[in-house]
Design a protein around this ligand. Sequence first.
Ligand SMILES: [Zn+2]
Length: 411
Amino acid sequence: MMSQKKYMPLSALDNDQLWLFATILFHGQTSREWLTAKSPWGKTKTDLIARSLSDKGILATSTEESLSKGRNPLFYTANPCLGYFLGFTSNIPYDRLVLTDFNGDVVSRGEYPGSLPLSNPLTSLRRNIRRFAQEQQVSLDNIWAIGGHVPGILEDQTGVVKKVLRQPQREELDFKHALEEAFSIPVWMESSRILTCLKEYRFSLLESQKTFVNVHISLDVGLALFINGKSYRGADGFAGEFGHLSVPESQKPCYCGNIGCLVTHLSSWGVCADVQAHLENGTISQIDPRALQGPDYDEGIEHIIDLALQNDKLSINAVEEVGIKLGRALANVITLFNPELLIIHCRFTRAGELFTAPVRQMIRKYSVTQALQKLQIEFVPIVPYTVPQGGAILAMRRLIKQIAAERNIFF
Ligand SMILES: [Zn+2]
């Protein structure tokens, strides 16, 4: 695949140029001072290489945010015209797609009927990608790599989803190889718990070498553990299946085959089902039961949050219950790993203290106190297209790392 014409601008670089370009890509907008300090060559040679990359149209330079004294540009980014990366999430009830440029900025986005509920999701996703590219008038030849997410249990070595969310009849799903065959573009698959992190924190946090935990709660529930800035994946790549920790006393069946998994209590569909059961038992509430029946359970959650903020008791209880179960499970994670930062991506963040207070309270109550001394907790709301954008950024990072590794340059 790397022999294709679109990869020529990078294959034509020498090792020093490639190192400098990749360093800028992974760092984001990069100042000349920072780059000089980071490079092994000193100021003159670093400037020379950067200038050769600008001349080739690979780097863009700007002086906007600078205290420039004139001649030399102070900031470097990738030239956005180089090409695109495509990110997708295949979900119920929609597939969401984005195109980003080399700097990870979204150029366009689109939503299409979901592939997962269909009997042939591979055909459907291929069709959606073709349609998206056509509508955006972007040739597939200008898309350098694809990165995506399917909710379920992912084997990261092969990119195969071993258990698809809420589809127990579907044994595994191999979007990676189906898309690579169809489009002749390299494809990488990743969990949403990693992709949200790439989108939000791709530059500052990943390069900081911090020990931190990123949790993502939506249709699925996952946790990524980063130790000294590197993600820890376990022996087979399944570490962080936080959603399948068992909740004591719970008997709810899970799509993974076990009972009482956290995901059946915290996910959008799990919470909608719990609230539905309360309504059926006669609990008085303003909740409209039709909003809870899917297939877009996230909309049901937004409805519950709206009513919780208007003081509907059942809705408040639902939000608090999620906070309590989540906080208690996270207390175990904190006691085990003593992270300095805990990031929680969750729709319920919008409910404010109704959600964050019980999470904090349970963490304080059940963690080993000494592991809390440096801990910062950051609550992030879920914004549509965060995951597919993370997919496109993942594709960029993996592709550049692969090209560099072929020349024995490692990041
Ligand atoms: Zn499970």
